[in-house]
Design a protein around this ligand. Structure first.
Ligand code: DGL
Length: 269
């Protein structure tokens, strides 16, 4: 039976990716699920992220989704492969955000030196390094974890003095690994919201990639290449938002990530 496309994130951040997916593929039905009750995932162990992500993905399957996108980098880094290899029921698919971001990275870097800014969990998983080198072995990848950036966004400190100090220091640390980096991937759902500040500390010639558009473009191509998945996606243009925490709170905080007001409901896992 046809069903909505499920979009999962540890909280609000995935809305930055979902916004682009919905913009580029408006005809489909969607269910967004944010696990706000257990955010952040970026500092948790492999096992915990895997268990939490699996529970949410199966909730989306129970709600009728046949295709689920992990809009969360940490979940994509730590749980996607295990779920794809061990847990998928017949006819269900799960995709992440790392592959769509890494497979065409060669189109952006000129000198083959790429910087990854991400959560501690994503950096430690080495997923970006592994995926980039699988597609493009000659590209050199430099990673730096930015554990304070998610709290900056969540606490609406986007343009504060603290944000400037923290971001400047993190960018310096990334470039201290190589001053030649010419492309930076913002490999965390929250980081695009810090872009205006990030740009102040990154040289002008560096390309800074946010994931929303890249992921949405790749999803269009994926659905074209996989009619067996596409035909299982219902198309009435409906949107449903669920959070594992308080719905009113979720509604109050989503505008900054999604760009417009939404209505959400609480869901228990
Ligand atoms: N959504 C997460 C990511 O993209 C960031 C927030 C968290 O740590 O849960 O890595």
């Amino acid at each position: 039976m046809q069903g909505p496309i499920g979009v999962f994130d540890s909280g609000y951040g995935g809305l930055t990716v979902f916004k682009e997916i919905q913009k580029q593929l408006p005809k489909y039905d969607y269910i967004y699920l944010g696990d706000n009750a257990r955010v952040p995932y970026g500092i948790r162990s492999f096992e915990t992220v895997y268990e939490y992500t699996k529970e949410c993905v199966f909730k989306l399957f129970d709600l009728g989704c046949n295709l689920v996108i992990l809009a969360c980098n940490t979940a994509s880094a730590k749980a996607l492969r295990s779920i794809q290899q061990h847990d998928l029921p017949e006819g269900k698919k799960v995709l992440g955000v790392i592959r769509p971001t890494t497979e065409s990275i060669n189109e952006y870097t000129v000198n083959g030196k790429v910087g990854i800014l991400a959560t501690q969990g994503t950096v430690l998983s080495e997923s970006y390094k592994i995926e980039i080198n699988k597609f493009h072995p000659a590209i050199e990848v430099f990673q730096h974890p930015c554990p304070l950036w998610v709290p900056l966004v969540e606490n609406n400190e986007i343009d504060s003095k603290a944000a400037h100090d923290i971001i400047e220091k993190d960018i310096q640390r990334l470039f201290s690994q190589s001053s030649e980096i010419d492309t930076i991937v913002l490999a965390c759902t929250h980081y695009p919201l810090l872009l205006p500040v990030i740009k102040e500390y990154v040289p002008d010639y560096v390309t800074i990639l946010s994931q929303g558009e890249l992921v949405a473009n790749k999803l269009i191509h994926y659905l074209e290449r996989h009619p067996e998945v596409e035909t299982q996606c219902s198309k009435n243009g409906t949107l449903i938002f669920y959070t594992t925490d308080d719905a009113k709170n979720f509604e109050a905080n989503t505008t900054i990530f999604y760009g417009k007001q939404i209505t959400a409901s609480h869901i228990s896992l």
